[in-house]
Design a protein around this ligand. Structure first.
Ligand SMILES: Nc1ncnc2c1ncn2[C@@H]1O[C@H](COP(=O)(O)OP(=O)(O)OP(=O)(O)O)[C@@H](O)[C@H]1O
Ligand SMILES: [Mg+2]
Length: 317
């Protein structure tokens, strides 16, 4: 619908309601609000349309009493018109709340798996070690030499399992904060993938645990993508504060990819970037992705902080 239509219709419907149009005219206010929402008109646009219309009607109104009545009815009309926005806003708040709860559940599940890998798999390996030691007692010397190799491999398995379980849900994240946790993660990824990861973090205070977990998960996925897709030579992680906004960027100099700006991008199988966006929006932040084939990828995250977090106790670096 062209812009003029909604403007004209708003004027005529409000005029009709002010002239005693009652419920049918009020119904039109509701429909107009829905249309404005579908047409993605902002609240500011709608308020200014209302203001212009009321101004026009007031100029035509007679006595002061008529004007007073006109303003009262215009208020009712506007409230009805805005009810769609109100419902959409509530729906959005509910969705964010559900998303936050979902992430918390997910985080609990990750914790459970991390502990299971660490404790249960760790215990099983100890049992395997003991059983093997018993078998080894009855072995000849050449067999024992071969056997030592098996033990070394088992030790490697144990080391890797421990490392993965810690990266899955590092205890440092809770104990020391997200910056040390990211350093720990980057160190592991860097060694495994032979990829230099440069960290420059100028954030020294602890943040609420949901924010710290979100940041950790995003950097974790960004590093996985940098290794898996980008085949990057370097990754830079940068974190800093701009007053009450926490900023973090993860940049790689790898293969890059084409970002689809249209509303219906081609179907992707991956969940990583989608999950990142959802995690960030669940805590009121934003995520921007910049990438071009052969020009690397940069993720920029901005998370609003509450005043009280500016003076919290410092985190270890
Ligand atoms: N750093 C990057 N460099 C190059 N391409 C990337 C990078 N990050 C993402 N991509 C591209 O974007 C796609 C979507 O990434 P996303 O993380 O959402 O999914 P995925 O990694 O393919 O799968 P999943 O994360 O679910 O295991 C990738 O398949 C890849 O083509
Ligand atoms: Mg991914």
């Amino acid at each position: 619908m062209p812009h003029a239509d909604i403007e004209d219709e708003y004027g005529s419907s409000l005029r009709e309601y002010a002239a005693g149009g009652g419920e049918p005219a009020l119904g039109r206010a509701y429909e107009l609000g829905r249309r404005a929402l579908i047409e993605e008109r902002s609240l500011v646009e709608l308020a200014s349309l209302h203001h212009r219309t009321v101004l026009g009607l007031i100029r035509q109104a007679g006595s002061g009493k008529d004007r007073e009545e006109l303003i009262r009815l215009s208020g009712e009309f506007l409230a009805e018109c805005l009810s769609s926005y109100e419902m959409a806003h509530r729906g959005f708040q509910d969705a964010v709340k559900a998303l936050r709860q979902l992430n918390e559940t997910l985080e609990e599940e990750i914790k459970r798996i991390a502990y299971a890998v660490h404790d249960e798999a760790g215990q099983l390996l100890v049992a395997v070690h003991l059983a093997l030691a018993e078998v080894a007692l009855e072995m000849s010397e050449p067999q024992q030499a071969q056997f030592t190799r098996v033990k070394e491999m088992l030790n490697e398995v144990e080391k890797h399992l421990r490392r993965y379980s810690h990266e899955l849900r590092p205890t440092i994240l809770d104990d020391l904060g997200w910056v040390p946790a990211i350093r720990f993660l980057a160190d592991g990824v860097s060694k495994r993938a032979n990829l230099p990861i440069h960290i420059d973090a100028a954030v020294f205070e602890r943040l609420p645990s949901t924010i710290e977990t979100t940041l950790y998960r995003i950097v974790q996925e960004a590093l996985t993508n940098a290794v898996k897709h980008a085949k990057a030579s370097n990754v830079w992680i940068h974190a800093w504060r701009e007053n009450l906004v926490l900023c973090c960027s993860v940049r790689d100099d790898g293969a890059g990819f084409t970002i689809h700006q249209d509303k219906n991008p081609p179907l992707r199988k991956g969940l990583g970037l989608v999950a990142m966006r959802e995690r960030v929006s669940a805590i009121g932040g934003t995520l921007q992705i910049q990438s071009r084939p052969d020009h690397g990828t940069e993720l920029s995250i901005r998370i609003p902080l509450e005043d009280e977090h500016t003076n919290s106790h410092p985190a270890r670096r």
